[in-house]
Design a binder for this molecule. Structure first.
Ligand code: ADP
Length: 258
């Protein structure tokens, strides 16, 4: 619990810092983008036009990075709506499969009667994509990737490890048979810009986005990893608790965990 508290405080501090920088940076980028737009309208010269276009491209990439940072640092409010998590995943399946590449087998294991969750749909999809890209990158020679959903009930006893209130949650688990991580890497993965990937391959913002999304949605993220064997990422998201619809297979809604 102590380590979890320390981790939360560290992320809070990093979030404050990057959020402030990203916010100012975003304002500056807006000025650059607007100026480039004006320039491009008044330019006839083809060579100037190419220069303007490459500057516009760079500005767009910068804007994407600051978006990710703002999402992480909670400067950008989420727009939650009620979703069936299985439907969200299935609707996004084709993109996820493409991201996996040819060498990685992707398996979906979606729990029946999954409880609905109130989340920002696009941010949920972005989080999933970030996790799948990481899993794929950890399996350059190929391997197995599994995405699973489940209904989860947390009790008072779970509070210490997750920091979450007792109640109904859903879990989304992304498991790979890749390189895994050392404890040193694992302890830093949520930090923005922390990456072990080559320059140009990783931004170090993937898991920061996932962390920001999950915690802002009232959930919790847990990663277990064994070097040489693989990694399992579990997202817990608070489930909507609305009577009949959410009854589980035993027909019991209020059963405490175990
Ligand atoms: P990026 O993918 O751009 O490096 P992330 O924040 O998504 O940024 O990940 C940070 C680092 O965490 C990665 O560079 C990698 O070292 C490690 N990592 C994340 N996911 C996995 C995984 N599934 N298997 C092994 N290492 C991982």
């Amino acid at each position: 619990a102590q380590a979890a508290l320390f981790q939360a405080q560290k992320m809070e501090a990093v979030g404050q810092l990057t959020g402030g920088v990203a916010h100012d940076f975003n304002n500056l980028l807006t000025i650059i983008v607007n100026s480039l737009d004006l320039l491009s309208r008044n330019t006839r010269d083809a060579r100037d036009m190419r220069l303007i276009e490459s500057a516009q491209h760079a500005a767009q990439r910068g804007a994407k990075l600051t978006q990710q940072l703002l999402a992480f640092s909670r400067r950008q409010p989420l727009q939650p709506a009620l979703h069936n998590p299985n439907t969200l995943i299935e609707g996004f399946e084709a993109i996820l499969r493409r991201a996996c590449g040819e060498l990685v087998g992707m398996q979906l294991s979606l729990a029946p009667r999954i409880r609905p969750v109130s989340v920002d749909g696009p941010q949920f999809e972005a989080a999933l994509l970030n996790l799948i890209v990481n899993a794929r990158d950890a399996m350059p020679e190929g391997g197995e990737l599994k995405i699973a959903t489940a209904n989860v009930t947390l009790s008072e006893a779970d509070r210490a490890s997750s920091g979450l209130e007792p109640g109904h949650y859903i879990s989304v688990t992304v498991e790979d048979t890749g390189s895994g991580m050392t404890p040193e890497v694992l302890s830093r993965v949520f930090e923005p810009f922390f990456t072990t990937k080559d320059v140009g391959k990783g931004t170090g913002l993937g898991l920061s986005q996932v962390y920001g999304f999950v915690t802002q949605s009232g959930g919790h993220i847990k990663i277990e990893s064994t070097p040489g064997r693989g990694t399992s990422v579990v997202l817990l998201l608070p489930a909507q608790n609305d009577g009949e619809e959410t009854v589980d297979d035993e027909g019991d809604t209020a059963r405490p965990a175990r």
